[in-house]
Write a protein that binds this ligand. Structure first.
Ligand SMILES: [Mg+2]
Length: 265
């Protein structure tokens, strides 16, 4: 038994035996190690290989669930046959490559575009900060910014968001501007779970994530299905989490996926 699976009790392993098996995975910090510049993120070839084995296994569905745009997340992982839920649930790319977006959000994209225009000069003035326009949401990355520049930047982003009737959420070294509409990783994983019959009798469903926004998914999944398995990636092992299991890093997630694949193979 590997380190990652030392964290799994026999009772939890039993809950991963069902069919279909729905495997939902965050990308950054879960499959791909965190890097200074988000555009440099990548998934190890062996992790890509194990994901391919899972995709090919009978009655197993693999879904990437990311805060990145869906096509961006899919391009980082580069595994065929997966579902990709992007922008925390505002858009989905199907295994056939079709991009689906929520039509109710169409009128909100104008507010997001306006927020991007207002934030451009504000973010450009902070060295190391970066604005990313993901159409349905905006990200302001500040991992490379001076620490004392962060609180005023965050305040400015919040001011712009509220002025346009949008909301701001916090993640790791990032703030995001989103529509008020209640879409988050929690609603996203429940919708995908329902779509792929992951809550049917005898089905199994697991979600692995590392960030604050992933806590919505842990909570919603466990509320929807007590059988659901929730795994948090946390280097310190000290963060409070709604997830049932904690593993240390993307390497441990890889080991978990290897175990899952050999178990289903
Ligand atoms: Mg993450």
């Amino acid at each position: 038994m590997s380190d990652a699976n030392a964290a799994l009790t026999p009772e939890i392993e039993e809950r991963l035996n069902g069919s279909p098996l729905i495997v939902m995975l965050d990308v950054d910090g879960t499959l791909a190690p965190i890097v200074s510049r988000p555009e440099d993120a990548s998934v190890a070839p062996e992790t890509r290989a194990v994901l391919e084995r899972l995709v090919a296994a009978k009655d197993v569905h693999v879904i990437l669930v990311s805060g990145r745009g869906a096509e961006d997340a899919r391009d980082i992982v580069r595994v065929g046959g997966v579902w990709t839920v992007g922008n925390h649930g505002f858009e989905t790319v199907t295994p056939k490559g079709e991009l689906e977006t929520d039509p109710d959000l169409a009128d909100q994209s104008a507010a997001i575009a306006q927020a991007a225009r207002e934030l451009e000069p504000i973010v450009a003035a902070v060295q190391g900060a970066k604005l990313e326009n993901k159409r349905w949401t905006l990200s302001v990355h500040y991992r490379l910014a001076a620490r004392d520049a962060v609180p005023p930047l965050r305040a400015e982003v919040e001011r712009v968001a509220l002025g346009l009737r949008l909301r701001m959420t916090d993640g790791k070294e990032i703030v995001e501007v989103r529509p008020i509409a209640h879409v988050d990783k929690g609603t996203a994983v429940v919708l995908m779970g329902e779509r792929l019959h992951g809550f049917a009798d005898g089905a199994s469903i697991v979600f692995v994530g590392d960030d604050r926004t992933d806590e919505d998914a842990f909570r919603s999944l466990r509320a929807r299905a007590p059988r659901a398995v929730t795994i948090r990636v946390d280097e310190s092992g000290e963060d409070e989490s709604a997830a049932e299991v904690t593993v240390r890093d993307p390497a441990a997630v890889h080991e978990f996926l290897e175990w899952l694949a050999s178990h289903r193979g």
